[in-house]
Structure formats: structure tokens, C-alpha cells
Design a protein around this ligand. Structure first.
Ligand SMILES: [Zn+2]
Ligand SMILES: [Zn+2]
Length: 153
């Protein structure tokens, strides 16, 4: 699954004439292999382990390319930082922890995601709107943070 996504993105970049640098390849790998939706700063920290001289601007350039290709979803966490989902660029529900700022996919299945899309269209249509995008974000405490807050009372 993740290998497929990696090859798909590299192929698309190449076809659209973008340069495929080792840093760019590593950035894609980091984003794809993470179980979380990372922020630019988190991607940068991981990238520096392999490319110590790389800059944060390099990460932002790769993210801008992915945005232009429509292959990454921007997520606004409550920590104020933008996080990125490279696995699924179409809107889908996210769970956002207000304590540790982790963002994960809500594992609800395709049927519910389709239902959400249909509801959004219906709602917009009723109000005479054309849908250009939407978000479905749930804020709360993740299981680890629920445990942590319980422990400290
Ligand atoms: Zn948490
Ligand atoms: Zn996601």
C-alpha cells in the first residue's frame, strides 16, 4: 500500500516535470510511512536525520509541489500548525487531540465517508452553494492523553 503510493507520487512528479531529488524522495517516504499526519516541522526533523544540511524551505517546496498536484490534504490542528495527509487527498474525517496535537484518520470505512460527502452536497445545494471543499474534524483527547490525565487526577 505505502510502496504503491510512493511510486504513484514519484511517477506523477516525473510526468509533470518536477525534479526528483534524494531529499524529495526521503520527504515522501517520511510522510507515507508515518502513522500520523505530520506537520512541516515534524517532517523537517525526520528529514534532518538523513540530510543534516537540508532546510525547512526544502520541505515547504516539496509540500507546495504536492499541493499543486492535488496529492496532499492540509489539516489545521489546534496547535496552530498545519499538518499534512499524503495518503488520502480527498476529504475524510480526522480525530485531533487537543492535548498532544496528534492527528489521525478516523477509521470509519468508505460508506460513512461517502455518506458525509453526500450530506455535504445536500446541505450546500439547499443553500445554493457550490462545494469547493470541506473538513470533518473531531477535537478531543486521544486514548494516551485520556490515560495521562486520569493518572494525574
Ligand atoms: Zn493526545
Ligand atoms: Zn487523514
Amino acid at each position: 500500500m505505502s510502496d504503491y503510493r510512493y511510486r504513484q507520487l514519484i511517477d506523477k512528479m516525473r510526468r509533470q516535470g518536477y525534479r526528483i531529488t534524494p531529499q524529495r524522495m526521503a520527504t515522501l517516504r517520511i510522510m507515507i510511512e508515518s502513522q500520523e499526519h505530520l506537520s512541516a516541522a515534524q517532517i523537517y526533523a525526520a528529514l534532518q536525520e538523513h540530510f543534516p544540511t537540508t532546510s525547512l524551505a526544502t520541505v515547504y517546496k516539496t509540500l507546495a509541489v504536492l499541493m499543486k498536484m492535488g496529492e496532499v490534504l492540509e489539516l489545521h490542528g489546534n496547535g496552530g500548525e498545519v499538518h499534512y495527509d499524503i495518503m488520502n487527498p480527498r476529504p475524510h474525517p480526522h480525530l485531533i487531540c487537543v492535548r498532544c496535537h496528534r492527528i489521525v484518520d478516523a477509521d470509519v470505512g468508505d460508506a460513512l465517508i461517502a455518506e458525509q460527502a453526500a450530506l455535504t452536497q445536500r446541505m450546500a445545494h439547499t443553500m445554493g452553494y457550490e462545494v469547493l471543499g470541506y473538513r470533518f474534524d473531531v477535537y478531543g483527547l486521544c486514548p494516551a492523553c485520556r490515560e495521562a490525565t486520569k493518572a494525574t487526577g
